[in-house]
Design a protein around this ligand. Sequence first.
Ligand code: ARG
Length: 583
Amino acid sequence: METFQSLLAKKLSNALAAAGLPDAGELTPATDPRFGDYQTNAALVLGKQRGENPRELAEKIVGHLNVGDLCEQPAVAGPGFINLTLRPGAIAEKTAGILGDERLGVAETESPRRIVIDFGSPNVAKPMHVGHIRSTVLGDALARIATFLGHEVIRDNHIGDWGTQFGMVIYGWKNLLDQRALQQNPLAEIVRIYKETNALTTSDPQVREACRQELVKLQGGDKENIDIWNECVAFSMQDFEHVYELLDIHYDIQCGESFYNDRLPSVVERLLKSGIAEMSEGAVVVFFRDIPELADKPCIIRKRDGGFNYATTDIATVDYRLDDLKADSVWYVVGAPQTLHFKQIFEIARRQGYQADLRHITFGSILGEDRKLMKTRSGENVPLRELLEEACRRARKIIEEKNPDLSEAEKIDVAQKIGIGAVKYADLSQYRMTDYVFLWDKMLSLQGNTAPYLQNAYVRIRSIFRKAGESPVATSLGGVREETGRRPVATSLILTNPAEINLAKRLCQFAEVVPQVLNDFRPNILANYLFEVANSFHTFYEACPVLKSEQPARSSRLALCDLTGRVLHRGLDLLGIKVPEKM
Ligand code: ARG
C-alpha cells in the first residue's frame, strides 16, 4: 500500500516530466497545516537552477499535476511553493484500506539488508547503570523498527568481558574477597573488590605490578585465573539478564570481547603484512597520515608488551560480522566519547577493502535534577536495576489511586508496563543527541508527552469497546481480528467533522513516519508522532460522539477508534513499550 506522500511524489515526477522539466526538489508534509497537507519546493529549486521565475514555474507544474483523485486544486503560495490539500474522500478511502491491513499501511523495504546492531554492551564486574539506558533502549527500538521494515536484524551484545580490569578483579578476589558478601550480593562484592584494588594500585606500585601479573597469567590461560574470571562473568551476566528481563530486551548473540581473543594475533599479522599497520617503537600501530583529523591520532593494535587492546578486538569484530555473519550494515549504538575510536576502526575496515555500511550512532547524556551527570547521593552511578524497580514502585502508586479495584496480579503487570514504559519513553521521545534531565514526576505524568499518557489513550479506546459490548472486529468496518489475524473487508468510512478528518489523516501518516526513523536513527520522530495521534484522538473524542451517534457514523467512528488503538499499540511496540488493557 502506498502512502499519500509517495503517491504524490510520483505524480509530481510525472508533472515535471510532462512540463519538460527535470526531477527536482522534494515533496514533504506541510510545515504548517494552514497551507495544506503536503508541499513541494520543486519550482523554487528549478527556478534557482535555471534562473527562471519560480512562481511561473510553479503554475506550469500545477498545470500538469494530476492530483484530482487525492487533492483539492493545488495552490501556488509565497515565492513558489505548491501546496496540496487532501480531499476527505481520499482520506476516508485510504483509512479504510489501512484498517484492513495488519501492517497499518507500512510497506516493507524494497532493499532488505542484514544489519548487526551492537547495543547495550555493558562491562563485566561493573553493574549496569543509568548510563546504559540510552544505548540499550535506543538499540532495541532501532532493532524493532528495522525488523518491522523487513530487514534481517542480528542483535549483538558486545559485552566488555575481557581487559585490564580483570587483573584488578583477580587480585582483589585473591586478597580482599569476603565470601559471605559474595553469597549475598555477588556483583556488589565483585564491584567492591575491583574498586578497592583500583584505589590500591594508585597508591601502591607493588599492587599495580601484582595486578599486571594476574592479567598476564589470565591471558596466558592460567587455570586458577580463568576459573575466577569465569565466575565473575557469570555473576555479572545474571545481573544483566535480570535487567534485560525487566526491560524485555533480548539478544540474538552475545559475543563479548573474550569471544575474539584467539583471533587477535592473526588480525595484527594480517594488518602488518598488508602494510596497513607498521611497527613503531616496539608497538604495532596504524597511522592515518592522510586524514587531517586523525593525522596525530594513531591507533595501537599491539602494545609493546605484546598485549592487545580494545581496538584490536573491534577490528576482529568487524571481520566476524562482515565475513562470518555476512552483514551488510553494522550499527554501533555507543556513546559519543568513543567517536574517535570508531572513526579509526571504520577507516581500518575501509583500508582492508570492506564496503559494508558501518555506523556509529551516538547519543547525549542523562542528567540528574542538578543538570549534572546523574549520580546517587553518595556520588555513585545509579544501578539500572534499582532504577527500574523504583520506576515500577512509583507506577504502582499511580495505579492504586487511579484504579484501586484492579486485582493484585493486574496491578503488578500494569505497574511494570507503565513504569518501564515511562523510563523508555522519556529517553526515546528526546532527540538522541540531546542531554535530558531524568525527572520521575514528569515521565510518569498522565498528562503531556509521556508513556502513561499514550498508554492511557489506548486504555480509553479499549474501554470504549468494552462499553460498546463489541470487539473492534464486530464493527461493520472491522479491524484486524486479534485472535486470527483475519482481514475483514473494509467498506468506506464517513468523515465529516474536521476532528475526525484530522484524526484519520494522522493515522494515514503512520506509514510515512515509521521508515523515516531510520534515516537518521531517530525514534523520537515516531514517539512524537504517537503523541500527536493521542492528541488528535482526544480532540476527536471531545468533538464527536461515538457510541451515542447514529449509524452509519457510529460504525465509522468506532472504526477510527479501533485504528487509533492499533496505531498506538503497534507504534509503542516498535519503541519497546507495552500497553495495558486497563489502568
Ligand atoms: N563495553 C563498551 C563500553 O562500555 C561498549 C562496547 C561497544 N561496542 C563495541 N563494539 N566497541 O564502553
